[in-house]
Design a protein around this ligand. Structure first.
Ligand code: SAH
Length: 254
């Protein structure tokens, strides 16, 4: 598989960028690549680039850009609002959400959230790794955790939130909304998906959510899903009906 690395620096014709010491270690000691090897780079702004290693040593590597392989493009804009869960499962949730194209990840503190300590740096490292692996051209933004009521108070009502409730309406209601254009923009192209914590939303939270005009409750079948499963399921439905699942893998010019 082609090695792809996320870098912070600008990517442009004739340029060269430096790898971080972790990346240099990965290229040199894990992959055992040496000068002349070709890799791909992206930074979330300038598309994807072919590069060769033009110098490498302990803790450093210099990467010379050869040419752009894909231009930057904006994916369908779907945010995931999730109540933080335990470490291994939050890692899973994060990785799968990146693969499924979530463009912004928003940890939400609810009444029954039992893991309040999320480390945004760790989540970001995890998101970068998933983006490198799944050939995305951007790494989703990751917010600092915020309380549900605060988040709802500041919410842009033009972005509909699909709130996953165990007792939510049949999935065809979700499909109906997604296939309509109109008040919420073409096929709800700016949307958010909200999943609750392990203990579920409290009754008060369900009530508040139901009262918001920009929230649509959605149900995901008769079984109770783990939060991470619910996130994967809802993102998949959204991508299939309103997102980019109609597309093929992005072509690369040589
Ligand atoms: N309320 C349950 C479990 C919560 S599951 C309990 O008492 O333990 C965690 C989250 O996953 C829920 O808050 C909800 O957002 C989502 N979820 C789980 N199963 C679901 C289903 N069948 N339909 C929609 N959302 C679901």
């Amino acid at each position: 598989m082609q090695v792809r690395l996320f870098v912070e620096e600008a990517l442009s014709d004739g340029g060269s960028v430096g790898a971080t010491s972790e990346q240099a270690h990965y290229l040199r000691s894990v992959l055992r690549l040496s000068a002349g090897a070709e890799i791909w780079l992206f930074n979330g702004r300038d598309g994807e680039w072919r590069a060769t290693i033009d110098g490498i040593g302990k803790g450093w590597a210099s990467l010379a850009l050869i040419g752009q392989t894909r231009p930057q493009r904006s994916p369908p804009d779907i945010w995931l609002l999730f109540a933080p869960i335990k470490r291994a499962r939050i890692d899973f949730l994060l990785q799968k959400s990146v693969e499924l194209g979530a463009t912004r990840l928003m940890p939400v503190i609810t009444e029954r959230t039992n893991v309040e300590r999320v480390k945004p740096e760790r989540l970001r490292a995890n998101a970068i790794e998933a983006a490198e692996q799944c050939e995305r051209l951007e790494v989703p933004e990751i917010d600092a955790p915020q309380k549900l009521d605060r988040l709802l108070d500041g919410w842009d009502p033009n972005r509909r939130i699909f709130a996953c409730f165990e007792a939510g309406p049949d999935v065809s209601a979700f499909a109906d909304i997604l296939s309509k254009s109109g008040a919420y923009g073409e096929k709800c192209h700016n949307a958010g998906i909200l999943v609750g914590p392990e203990g579920g939303f409290s009754n008060a939270e369900l009530e508040i959510l139901r009262q918001k005009p920009f929230v649509s409750p959605v149900g995901l079948g008769p079984r109770i899903l783990r939060a991470e499963t619910a996130a994967v399921a809802a993102l998949s439905i959204w991508q299939a009906l309103a997102g980019d699942w109609g597309g093929r893998p992005y072509g690369r010019g040589k």
